[in-house]
Design a protein around this ligand. Structure first.
Ligand code: CAA
Ligand code: NAI
Length: 698
C-alpha cells in the first residue's frame, strides 16, 4: 500500500479523510493487487489516528467495473473479494463510496460494503454478472435486498440491468447524488465526515423486508426460467436473493458463494466470457493494427426501402446527418415515410421524445439528385438485389462522390468485387451488410473485396462503433459469413421436413436449444417470397446432384408468404402462430411423391443436424480465410442470428462438446448424405492434432 502513482490502490489523507483511489486502468477491474491494496488501506484507516473517515473512489473514467474477468479461468488468489468487502464494512470509521462512471459487479459490491454512497449524476450501478454466466459472489445478492427489498433486488440481479443515479437514489441504494462529477469527491468527504459521530450503517446487519406477495419467488422463478431460454445464471441469481430473504446473513453468504463458484466453473460461464471478449476482439483484426479510419461526419443511403430506411434510422439515432437518394419522387416519399414510421416506433415505446424525433428528421435530407452526395464521407447503397441495378448506381456514385469517400453496398449475396469494378476507385468500395431491422440488430458484417484499402476497412469498423454495432470482418463469398451458414442450416431444415419432421417439430427443438425462434418461424417473419424469387433465379445453375426440396415452392405457389400474408408455415391468428394444417398435407404429399418413408426425427437429432451444419460450414469459412478467426464466426451467429449467447457461438460450442464427437456425428450423417456432410478439412485437422477452435483465436 503506497501513495505512488503506479500502485493499484493509492491512499492520501485530505482534511482528516483517507482518500483511497483504485487505479487499475482501463476500468479498475478488481485484480489481486486491487484486493490486497484495499485490505492494506483499511488497515491504515483503522490504525492511523489522523484519519477520521475514508472515501473509496476510482481513478480514470469509472469507479470499478467489477472483478477482473481475465482472472476467472485461473486459480483464485487471496485475498478473496468477500473478505475485502467484509473488511471495509467492519472498519470502525465511516467509509463512503464515491461512484462515477460505473460501479458494476464486484465494484458495486465494494460500494455496498461501504457505510454510505454518493453517485455523480451520470453514473450507473448494477450487477451484470448474469451476462457472464455467474452471480455476484461477494455479498451483492445478500446486501442488495437488505437495502432495497427483494423485488427490486431480484429485478437488478437477475436482469443485469444497470441503473442511473436517480433510480438508485429512489431505490435507497445510495445516500446522495453529487451536483456534478467535479463535486463528487468533496460530496463524498462531507458525507463520510457527517457520519463520524453516529453509529455506522452496516448493510449486513440490516434485516430483509418480506416480499409484498407471499408467492413472489415461485412466480418470479417461473417467469425468469421462461425468459432465460436455457441460461442458468438468472434463475440461480434469484435463488441467492431468496436465500437472503430466508437465511441469516452469514448463511446466505455461504449459499451465494457456493452458487457463484459452481457457476464460475460452468460451460455457460466459459461461453459467455468468450462472447464478452469476442465482442471486443472482433474489431482488432490481425494485420489492421495500423489502419486509421477516414473522416466520418456526413452519411448517405441510396434506397429508402426496408434496409435503406432502417440504415438511415440507425445513422440518425447515432447523431449523423444523412442524405437519402431514391429512384423517383414516389419512392422517395415512401422512403421518408419508412424512416418516419421507424422513428415513431421509438416514440411509442417511450425511447424517443416527439421533439427528438423532429430533430432526427431535421438531419435527414431527401433527394433524387446524386449531386446531393458531394459532401458525404460514406454512402451505403441499399437498392434492389440486382447486379445490373447496383452497377448502374455505383457508376453514378463514382461520378458524384468526392475523392476519398467510402462507397459501401448492403448487398446480401452479390459479388462485391464485381460491384467495385463498376467504379474507377475499387480501393474505396466495401460491403457493409446490415441486418433487419437495421436500427435494432447489433451485427454489421464488414465485407472486404480484393482491392479495398485498409483505411476503408478501418472506417467500416469506426462506423460500426459509432452506430453501437458489432462489426465483423468477412471476405467475399456467397452469403458472406452469416447467410452462407444460414443457407446450410436451412437446407438441413428442409431435408428434415421431407424425411419425417414437421416444421413445428424443428422449431420446437431449436427453441429448446436456446434460439429465440425456430428456422420456420424466422422464414415466416422475413417473408417466403424473397427466398422463392432467389430459388427461381438460380434454377439454371443448381447442381443437379444436389437434393432439392420443393415443399417451400408448393407453399409459395399458394400465395402464402408468411406473416405478411397471414399464412405461411404457420397461420397467424391475432398475430400468434398456429401450425398451418395445409402445410402438413403438402409435406406428406411431397415425401410420398419422392418415395420417402417418413420417420420420426428426435429433437436431439434435429438440434445436432442444424448445429453440426453450422459448425462444419463455420469451420470451412475459417479455413478459407473468409473469417479471420473462429471467434468472428461466433460473433456473427450470436449478434446477427440469435444463437444463444450462453452457448458462445457454434465454434465455441464445438470446443465445449468436443471436436471428435462432432466430427464422428458428421461422418455418421455422411453415410446417408455424403454430398452435404463432407467434413471440413480444418475440423479434421484440429481433431488429428488434438486442438480446439479456441487455439486459433489467439
Ligand atoms: N475485467 C477485465 N477486463 C475488463 C473488464 C473486467 N471486468 N471490463 C472491461 N474490461 C476491459 C475490456 O476487455 C477492454 O479491454 P481491451 O481494451 O483490451 O479490449 C477494456 O477493459 C475497455 O472496456 P470497453 O471496451 O468495454 O470500454 P467501455 O468504455 O466501452 O465500457 C465498461 C466500460 C462499462 C466498464 C464495460 O467494459 C463493461 O461493462 N465491463 C464489464 C463489467 C462487468 O461485467 N463487470 C462484472 C464483472 S463480474 C464480477 O464482478 C463478479 C463478482 O462478483 C466478483
Ligand atoms: P426494398 O425493395 O425494400 O428496397 C429497395 C429500394 O431501393 C426501393 O425503395 C427502391 O425504390 C430503391 N431503388 C431501386 N433502384 C434504385 C436506384 N437506382 N436508385 C435509388 N433507389 C433505388 O429492398 P431491401 O429489402 O431494403 O433490400 C435492399 C438491399 O439490402 C438488397 O441488396 C438486399 O439484398 C439487402 N439486404 C436486405 C435485407 C433484408 O432483410 N431485407 C437484409 C440485408 C441486406
Amino acid at each position: 500500500m503506497t501513495d505512488n502513482d503506479a500502485a493499484a490502490v493509492q491512499l492520501s489523507i485530505e482534511d482528516g479523510v483517507a482518500v483511497i483511489t483504485v487505479n487499475n486502468p482501463p476500468v479498475n477491474a478488481i485484480s489481486q493487487a486491487v484486493r490486497q491494496g484495499l485490505v492494506d488501506a483499511m488497515k491504515i484507516v483503522t490504525t492511523d489516528a489522523a484519519i477520521k473517515a475514508a472515501v473509496i473512489r476510482g481513478a480514470g473514467k469509472v469507479f470499478i467495473a467489477g472483478a477482473d474477468v481475465r482472472e476467472f479461468g485461473k486459480p483464485p488468489m487471496e485475498p478473496f473479494l468477500p473478505e475485502v468487502v467484509t473488511t471495509i464494512e467492519a472498519t470502525d470509521k465511516p467509509v463512503a463510496a464515491a461512484i462515477h462512471g460505473v460501479a458494476l459487479g464486484g465494484g458495486f459490491e465494494i460500494a455496498l460494503g461501504c457505510h454510505c454512497r454518493v453517485m455523480s449524476p451520470n453514473a450507473r450501478v448494477g450487477f451484470p454478472e448474469v451476462n457472464l454466466g455467474i452471480i455476484p459472489g461477494a455479498g451483492g445478492t445478500q446486501r442488495l435486498p437488505r437495502l432495497c427489498g427483494v423485488e427490486k433486488a431480484a429485478d437488478l440481479v437477475t436482469s443485469g440491468r444497470q441503473v442511473g443515479a436517480k433510480e438508485a437514489m429512489e431505490a435507497g441504494l445510495i445516500d446522495v447524488i453529487a451536483e456534478s462529477e467535479d463535486d463528487l469527491l468533496s460530496a463524498a468527504k462531507r458525507l463520510a465526515l457527517s457520519k463520524v459521530k453516529s453509529p455506522l450503517r452496516r448493510i449486513s446487519e440490516m434485516s430483509v423486508p418480506a416480499p409484498a406477495a407471499a408467492d413472489f419467488f415461485t412466480t418470479e422463478k417461473a417467469k425468469i426460467t421462461r425468459a432465460a431460454r436455457g441460461q442458468h445464471s438468472p434463475v440461480r441469481a434469484l435463488e441467492a436473493v431468496e436465500a437472503a430473504a430466508t437465511l441469516p446473513f452469514a448463511e446466505g453468504m455461504k449459499r451465494e458463494r457456493a452458487i457463484f463458484q459452481e457457476l464460475r466453473a460452468s460451460d455457460q460461464a466459459k461461453a459467455l466470457r468468450h462472447v464478452f471478449f469476442g465482442e471486443r476482439a472482433v474489431s482488432k483484426v490481425p494485420g489492421l493494427e495500423n489502419a486509421r479510419p477516414r473522416k466520418l461526419d456526413k452519411l448517405a443511403v441510396i434506397g429508402g426501402g426496408t434496409m435503406g430506411a432502417g440504415i438511415a434510422v440507425a445513422c440518425l439515432r447515432a447523431g449523423f446527418p444523412v442524405v437519402m437518394i431514391e429512384a423517383d419522387a414516389a419512392a422517395l416519399d415512401r422512403g421518408k415515410g419508412n424512416v418516419d414510421k421507424n422513428l415513431e416506433g421509438f416514440v411509442s415505446r417511450g425511447r424517443l421524445t416527439a421533439d427528438a424525433k423532429d430533430e432526427h428528421l431535421g438531419r435527414l435530407a431527401l433527394s433524387l439528385d446524386y449531386g446531393a452526395l458531394k459532401d458525404a464521407d460514406l454512402v451505403i447503397e441499399a437498392v434492389f438485389e440486382d447486379m445490373e441495378v447496383k452497377k448502374t448506381v455505383f457508376g453514378k456514385l463514382d461520378a458524384a462522390m468526392k475523392p476519398g469517400a467510402v462507397l459501401a453496398t448492403n448487398t446480401s449475396y452479390l459479388d462485391i468485387n464485381a460491384i467495385a469494378a463498376a467504379t474507377t476507385r475499387p480501393g474505396d468500395v466495401i460491403g457493409l451488410h446490415f441486418f433487419s431491422p437495421a436500427f435494432v440488430m447489433r451485427l454489421l458484417e464488414i465485407v472486404r473485396p480484393a482491392r479495398t484499402s485498409d483505411d476503408v476497412v478501418a472506417t467500416g469498423f469506426e462506423l460500426a462503433k459509432k452506430l453501437g454495432k458489432v462489426g465483423v470482418l468477412s471476405g467475399v463469398c456467397d452469403g458472406f459469413i452469416g447467410n452462407r451458414i444460414l443457407a446450410k442450416t436451412r437446407k438441413q431444415a428442409d431435408y428434415m421436413i421431407e424425411d419425417g419432421a414437421l416444421p413445428w417439430d424443428v422449431d420446437k427443438a431449436m427453441e429448446a436449444f436456446g434460439m429465440p425462434m425456430g428456422p420456420f418461424r424466422v422464414m415466416d417473419l422475413a417473408g417466403l417470397d424473397i427466398a422463392w424469387a432467389q430459388r427461381k433465379r438460380t434454377v439454371a445453375t443448381r447442381d443437379p446432384k444436389e437434393r432439392y426440396v420443393e415443399i417451400a415452392d408448393r407453399i409459395c405457389e399458394q400465395g402464402w408468404f408468411g406473416q405478411k400474408t397471414g399464412r405461411g408455415w404457420y397461420v397467424y391468428e391475432a398475430g400468434k402462430p398456429v401450425p398451418n394444417p395445409e402445410v402438413e398435407k403438402i409435406i406428406l404429399a411431397e415425401s410420398a411423391r419422392k418415395g420417402i418413408a417418413r420417420r420420426t426425427i428426435p429433437a436431439q437429432e434435429i438440434q445436432d443436424r442444424i448445429l453440426y451444419a453450422m459448425i462444419n460450414e463455420g469451420a470451412r469459412i475459417v479455413d478459407e480465410g473468409i473469417a479471420a478467426r473462429p471467434l468472428d464466426v461466433d460473433m456473427v451467429k450470436v449478434f446477427g442470428y440469435g444463437f444463444p449467447r450462453w452457448r458462445g457461438g457454434p465454434l465455441c460450442t464445438v470446443d465445449i462438446i468436443g471436436l471428435p464427437k462432432v466430427l464422428d456425428g458428421i461422418r455418421a450423417f455422411a453415410r446417408d448424405d455424403p454430398l452435404f456432410w463432407k467434413p471440413s478439412a480444418l475440423l479434421e485437422r484440429l481433431v488429428a492434432e488434438g486442438k480446439t477452435f479456441a487455439d486459433l483465436n489467439t
